[in-house]
Design a protein around this ligand. Structure first.
Ligand code: UDP
Length: 137
């Protein structure tokens, strides 16, 4: 079994899509190992997306991620990392395939509804950024 780290981003939470997205997550066979609603500070968002600190979209991205509550989760299944990225769809919802979460719930590349780790190392690192061991069941 593999674990990955996922976020329902502020746009999707504000739009009232959390329940629908969590329903899809469970229907697609992921087990929710941990979940909580948080409101990231700008500093937390900057730390989380530090890999993008030199990108032109860094300020807009971290402002958006700290603009309201998000839901952070640890998801578990076989192939969780790749399967969650597949269920999310392409970064830009305009390019996302039918049936993916970004196609259904994303508005545009800035407001694309969900996040998912891209590799085992980032999954472990992102998980530790938001969760203590005691919160993983
Ligand atoms: N992003 C953006 N503009 C861009 C590229 C990315 O606002 O031109 C945002 C977008 O919300 C994306 C996040 O930055 O989800 C992280 O980018 P990455 O390339 O890691 O995409 P992801 O892994 O989220 O698909």
């Amino acid at each position: 079994m593999e674990k990955t780290f996922a976020i329902i981003k502020p746009d999707a939470v504000a739009a009232g899509y959390s329940g629908k997205i969590i329903d899809r997550i469970e229907k697609e066979g992921f087990k929710i190992v941990a979940m909580k609603k948080i409101w990231m500070t700008k500093k937390m968002a900057e730390g989380f997306y530090a890999v993008h600190k030199d990108k032109p979209f860094f300020n807009d991205l971290t402002t958006f991620m700290s603009s309201g509550p998000s839901i952070v989760m640890i998801l578990e299944k076989e192939n969780a990392i790749a399967d969650w990225r597949k269920l999310m769809g392409a970064t830009n919802p305009a390019n996302a395939e039918e049936g993916t979460l970004r196609k259904e719930f994303g508005k545009n590349i800035d407001n694309n509804a969900v996040h998912g780790s891209d590799a085992p190392e980032t999954a472990a690192q992102e998980t530790r950024y938001f969760f203590a061991d005691i919160e993983m069941v």
